[in-house]
Design a protein. Sequence first.
Length: 654
Amino acid sequence: MDRNTITGLVLIFALFVGFSIYNSNRLSKTYNQTIEKGDSLFQAGKTEEARLEYMKALKFKPNNPDAAERLNRVNSLLNISTAQQTDTASVAKITAATPVQAAAVPDDPLRYGAFAGSAEGENRFVTVENQLMKVRFSTRGGKVYSVNLKDFRTHSGEELILFDGDSTVFGLKFFTTDNKGVQTNDLYFTTESSDSLYDATGKPVVLSMKAYAGEERYIEYIYTISPDQYMIDFSVRFRNLNEIIAANQSSVTFDWQMYLPQQEKGRQNEDNYSSIRYKYFQAEVDGFRERSNKEFEKNDIASRLKWIAFKDQFFSSVMIADDFFLNGTVSSTKLPLSQKFLRFFTTEAGIPYTAGSDNEIRMALYFGPNHFSTLKKYELDLEELVFLGRNIIRGINQYVIIPVFNFLDNSISNYGIIILLLTILIKIVLFPLTFKSYQSQAKMKVLKPMVDELSKKYPKPEDAMKKQQATMALYKKAGVNPLGGCLPMLLQMPILFAMFRFFPTSIELRQKAFLWADDLSTYDSILDLPFTIPMYGDHVSLFTILMTVSTILTMKYNSPTGGQEQMPGMKLMMYMMPVMFMLILNSFSSGLTYYYFLANIITFGQNFISKQFIDEQKVFKKLEENAAKPVKKSNWQKRLEDAAKKRGYNPSKK
């Protein structure tokens, strides 16, 4: 790397740092001015105007606790709750700091008609526990209040809770014969027993919860938790409600809302893989695109659905129909203002309902990890929640990478060693392509002086066609394919992209340490920066740096020019690409950058070994022998020469 290249890279880095500092100072100044204006309006009694200024300030500094506290105080004075604001993306983000207000207490029990008696009561909690999870139910709403996955912890070492109970809405919505709107999430259910703790480690536990609409008239939720299962059987029974629910009502709506908490260290990476997914009935899996930058997304689905999932990077909560949901509406709102929650998810699913004295709706609930093998055994296409790419990329991951990874995982406990062995196996399989590419590069290197002579022979821009034809003729005589080095590399690209999809979604790597990386599923920070560099972030990942340096060294070693002078633009581009990848991958899984680093080192070693078996003198002699042989012109070459003759150039007279 020459001095000009180093100077260029240093200047680019300095430009990023300088822009970051300038942008940070500008935002701080604007934020302070907005807060001061809001405080002035608040002191003058202009509460609504002050609220707008505080909302504007939070756009400049989303996680600032002072602005959030001011806004919450103003919201309290104006009696504005989260439930009133979740219709728009901007307001939902602002009120995310207080999700406990999402479920409002009914102010008038009589508005529930026949269910008025169940609209008041005392909330009680019932916990059912098996080997894998601890499920807490609330009698208010008869809902799953929270789920604790016992085999996992958050990045800070706390219990991993999939969702916050107070902020979750879970229940039916329908109208009665007297046009009363009922939301079971607000009703109080009763249980047959006063017990608050059940053990499902030995045999299944069946929990029944009922919301009464009179004597022997009720809605019953039945949950069945089995040993060693993340799946919960869930049934809804309607008993003697034929005179209460309108006879012409052919469906009821299941309303499900959830604030998705942050579980991982890398918030940005976790948010990128958080989404709503759903499976069409007897068809493919669809949903919101991962890594989307949209603040708010909504989709009205008119088709039948089999299941709907709220997922983050490594865990999912899924509602599954025994038959199908008639339709659905789903929405996702980003919540950058809260350090605890990532997104606010909602869905309303239509469930078939047949009028009569008794009716039962069967469903299932999955609360667990996005583990490919675990999800696949249910045979519901739930494994699609683990995004492994599409088409050939997904095929490579599903049928090659995952089986090999699982085979190594069965006998080796250190995941750094597993990635090393996986990389070695992949490079061994790809070595014929790598060797073929290196051979082509060696031939091009030998021909480089001859190509340079042609450039000297045709220096004028108007002779570009002559130089191109002469160069192609040289390649043809020597028996060299100029794309010979590129094609083997292109054939390896699917593996490269497969690894890019595999490592960030592999829950096996979650919180697994190796060397200085304490978690291979997220970035390995060796230095936290006091500022944020655009694209790069606020930390320094060592594996990413090692990946970048090894990429540059490998590219330089494999350069066909053998260290000779290149065009300045091409030389700069050769170094700029690894630097760009360094900026992009700095916050990615350290397991991924560790793999790329290992792949570069092994490739460097393979090329070094290949060089020992390739004698440039023999290559040159072989090319001379090829050049001496008569060359049969192809139809394409004949057409090319005919076109050149029309322009006044005859290659046979040169």
